[in-house]
Design a protein around this ligand. Structure first.
Ligand code: FHN
Length: 397
């Protein structure tokens, strides 16, 4: 299988759903509460006795992703706090071996398969419970080796216990005080995690798998976080973002991005040939917060009318203007008009000849005139057909 064949589904998808869920969802102050509040591991661990998510329904989560137009999901198998949603032979701090008594990753995998959804595993290389993590490899080499072996073993478990997995989303590959750093340096350090070796093992077990760049080895794609930054053409990338300001559930965070902003982020990613991985942080019981559901459903409504301008689309041969962006697929360029100007608009630099144009959602005809490189579109509705993003499909001659 060539790299292009292995990566094709990822490029076609353009849109995935990120899910951060674990013990941190109980205190509901975000997934970094243990670290930021300096909660000792022995004080944090009893949360596992309270983690009995009666409303966990993997089909509901995956169904929401599907409804939104996502083609893959990435779920936290273990975050920095060390609690695993999966069964592990190298840890008892797992959902199957504590109050929950369930392998949530197994349930999630089955739900993805039922929905024909690509399966992503988020895995944090670091585990705050290891004293060696806080000391750093230089000060506690033996402890660090134990930590690396533990993480290595769990990556193997994730690649062998659940059948075919499509995406490995590493995180937490940094070391707190890389030699001589006065402050925490969040750049992942592949050598200290033996990442090249771990990833070779993962690829041997899962030959088609896609791996991100956060184990400290470049692997398949870049992962700008909370912003959109296109990698160079030819290099895959995916921007991960929250809908409010937290990844894990935070009851006090009501700072929700609007659906329009989220659609604009998705289109901006696609226009640069990248993906958007949009996060939801379910409550401890398993329910996704209402504002997240609402946004995913509204994005889905837009995707049902305009998804062809995102799925499998990428950089266009010409840009938009100050009113919107372009994506392209085959011989069609999609003009995404974020700020509707009324009955006509002009694109300043269109070298290809445009044979015809139509409103993508309704098929409504659009008049086309080209004078040199300027493209004049007219006969447009006075009011914006779609307040977030009206897509005009331009057929290139
Ligand atoms: O520390 C994590 C954070 O909790 C969250 O999982 C994000 C998601 O990309 N990654 C790390 C911060 O970069």
């Amino acid at each position: 299988m060539t790299d292009a064949e292995r990566m094709k589904w990822f490029h076609d998808a353009r849109f995935g759903m990120f899910i951060h869920w674990g013990l941190y969802s109980i205190p509901a102050r975000g997934e970094w509460a243990m670290h930021q509040e300096k909660i000792p591991a022995e004080e944090y661990a009893p949360l596992a006795r309270r983690f009995r998510p009666r409303n966990f329904d993997a089909d509901a989560w995956v169904g929401l992703a599907k409804e939104a137009g996502c083609q893959y999901v990435v779920l936290t198998t273990r975050h920095h706090d060390g609690f695993c949603l999966f069964d592990s032979k190298v840890s008892d701090f797992t959902a199957p071996r504590t109050a929950a008594g369930r392998d949530f990753i197994a349930e999630y995998v089955r739900a993805c398969r039922r929905a024909n959804m690509k399966i992503g595993f988020y895995y944090s290389l670091l585990d705050w419970r290891f004293p060696a993590y806080h000391a750093g490899p230089g000060k506690d080499p033996e402890g660090w080796e134990r930590h690396v072996r533990y993480s290595y073993a769990q990556v193997r478990e994730l690649c062998t216990q659940y059948g075919r997995i499509d995406l490995l989303w590493y995180d937490g590959g940094w070391v707190p005080w890389a030699e001589g750093d006065a402050k925490v340096n969040y750049a992942p350090k592949g050598d200290v995690w033996r990442a090249a070796e771990v990833n070779a093992m993962a690829r041997q077990l899962q030959p088609h798998i896609v791996i991100n760049n956060r184990s400290g080895v470049l692997e398949d794609y870049d992962t700008p976080e909370q912003h959109v930054k296109a990698s160079d053409p030819g290099r895959a990338w995916e921007s991960c973002m929250t809908m409010n300001d937290h990844w894990g559930y935070c009851a006090g965070d009501h700072n929700w991005k609007t659906t329009t902003q989220l659609i604009h982020n998705l289109v901006t990613c696609a226009s640069g040939g990248g993906n958007l991985l949009l996060n939801a942080g379910p409550k401890a019981g398993g329910i996704i917060p209402g504002p997240s559901i609402k946004r995913m459903q509204e994005i889905g409504a837009w995707m049902r009318m305009n998804g062809e301008s995102v799925h499998g689309a990428g950089r266009a041969p010409f840009g938009g203007n100050n009113l919107g962006l372009t994506t392209a697929k085959g011989s069609t360029v999609y003009l995404h008009v974020f700020y509707w100007p009324g009955e006509s608009l002009v694109l300043p630099e269109v070298k290809p000849r445009i044979a015809s144009a139509k409103l993508l959602a309704t098929g409504g005809k659009v008049k086309v005139r080209q004078e040199g490189d300027r493209l004049y579109l007219s006969g447009l509705p006075k009011a914006a057909p779609d307040k977030a993003d009206t897509v005009i499909a331009l057929k290139v001659a």
